[in-house]
Design a binder for this molecule. Structure first.
Ligand code: UT7
Length: 327
């Protein structure tokens, strides 16, 4: 039987904790609004000199140590991020150099939003299947540096962080039983960052007239779609695996909003006690949210050896992905 799965994982969070009350110094908001609408109480904010590569490196080193490996063992690097180190080349290039791996292939899965890590995990699994490689998968976001701190519709939702996993084929891996993923680009415009691409390139004119950090965002529509797609893809991955919902020990959903998480649990009909939540501590950390939650679940004692874990994520694109892992 194939043992392709997660050999080790880890996370990194910047030390600065920002409370909801602090946000009221920047925008017209309140702890009451943020808590009741999202469940978020605090989030982490990267230091002024801390970049995407810095955070990715820390998470990668933690995952490699957990796997009992070093950078020398890495055969491929995939970085899921919407907040890269520079516009081009990709963050994987910087991470390859920083970790000091051999000159292995590295690439970013950019723009896949909060579904990026689970999508990358699925790609890593196929790569391992193809050539028996050891793949380092990282989800990392430094959203605080690329968002509009004056836009209350979005800024209060996000946090910075990184998480990583080593995917390999070894007897000791947490086996990835199945992954499913999907994309529906017909709704791309209700959660997008438009400026900076070829449709609306950076220019002096744009800088004068546009708020180029703006994220176009229809929260209510994204909310509904997130619940629908995460629930459906969670069911799909269970069906594909021939596993009943009752057999799942722990659900790790993307941490965007406590109400979304509760709605997914309700739609699926799963005991909320089996659904891991840490959005209160870290906010929405985009593609880093699932590996951070995985690491946090282990630290909190919610993830045990032998657990059957269902991960489900949704983000801009729209993209969604779910994975079933036997720990
Ligand atoms: O990771 C995947 C991507 N993101 C998501 O999954 C997020 C999905 N959406 C959501 O989480 C929710 O839709 C939000 C948390 C963004 C908003 O919650 P909501 O219950 O859908 O809010 P609402 O539409 O009922 O309320 C919006 C109102 C507006 O005021 P009016 O027009 O009703 O007077 C906003 O101006 O709340 C106002 N508002 C705020 N008020 C205080 C928006 N942001 C804030 C704020 N503080 N930070």
């Amino acid at each position: 039987m194939s043992g392709i799965g997660i050999l080790g994982f880890g996370a990194y969070l910047p030390s600065r904790v920002m409370t909801n009350d602090e946000w009221s110094e920047y925008v017209d908001t309140s702890d009451e609004w943020i808590t009741s609408r999202t469940g978020i109480k605090t989030r982490r904010i990267a230091a002024a000199d801390e970049t995407t590569t810095d955070m990715a490196e820390q998470a990668a080193l933690a995952a490699l140590a957990d796997a009992g490996l070093t950078a020398a063992d890495v055969d491929e690097i995939i970085v899921a991020t919407d907040t890269p180190e520079v516009y081009a080349p990709d963050t994987a290039s910087f991470l390859q150099h920083r970790l000091g791996t051999r000159t292995v292939p590295g690439y970013d899965l950019g723009g896949s939003g909060c579904a990026g890590f689970v999508m990358a995990l699925d790609i890593a699994r196929s790569r391992v299947q193809c050539n028996g490689s050891t793949v380092l998968v990282v989800g990392v976001e430094v959203l605080s540096k690329l968002m509009d701190w004056g836009d209350r519709d979005t800024c209060v939702l996000f946090g910075d962080g990184a998480g990583a996993a080593v995917v390999a084929d070894r007897p000791t891996t947490a086996k990835i039983i199945a992954c499913v993923a999907g994309t529906d680009g017909s709704r791309a415009d209700i959660l997008q960052r438009e400026v900076g691409g070829t449709r609306k390139p950076f220019s002096k004119e744009v800088a004068k007239t546009e708020d180029f950090l703006r994220i176009d965002f229809n929260g209510r529509e994204v909310f509904k779609e997130a619940v629908r797609r995460m629930s459906a893809s969670a069911r799909e991955v269970l069906e594909r695996s021939g596993v009943a919902l009752e057999e799942v020990d722990l659900v790790i959903p993307h941490q965007a909003n406590l109400r979304i998480i509760r709605s997914v649990a309700k739609t699926l009909g799963i005991d909320p006690a089996k659904v891991f939540v840490n959005v209160d501590k870290y906010g929405n950390t985009g593609s880093a949210s699932i590996p951070i939650a995985l690491d946090d679940a282990r630290t909190c004692g919610s993830l045990h050896s032998g657990d059957l874990v269902l991960m489900t994520a949704f983000g801009a694109g729209f993209h969604w992905a779910s994975g079933l892992v036997q720990f």
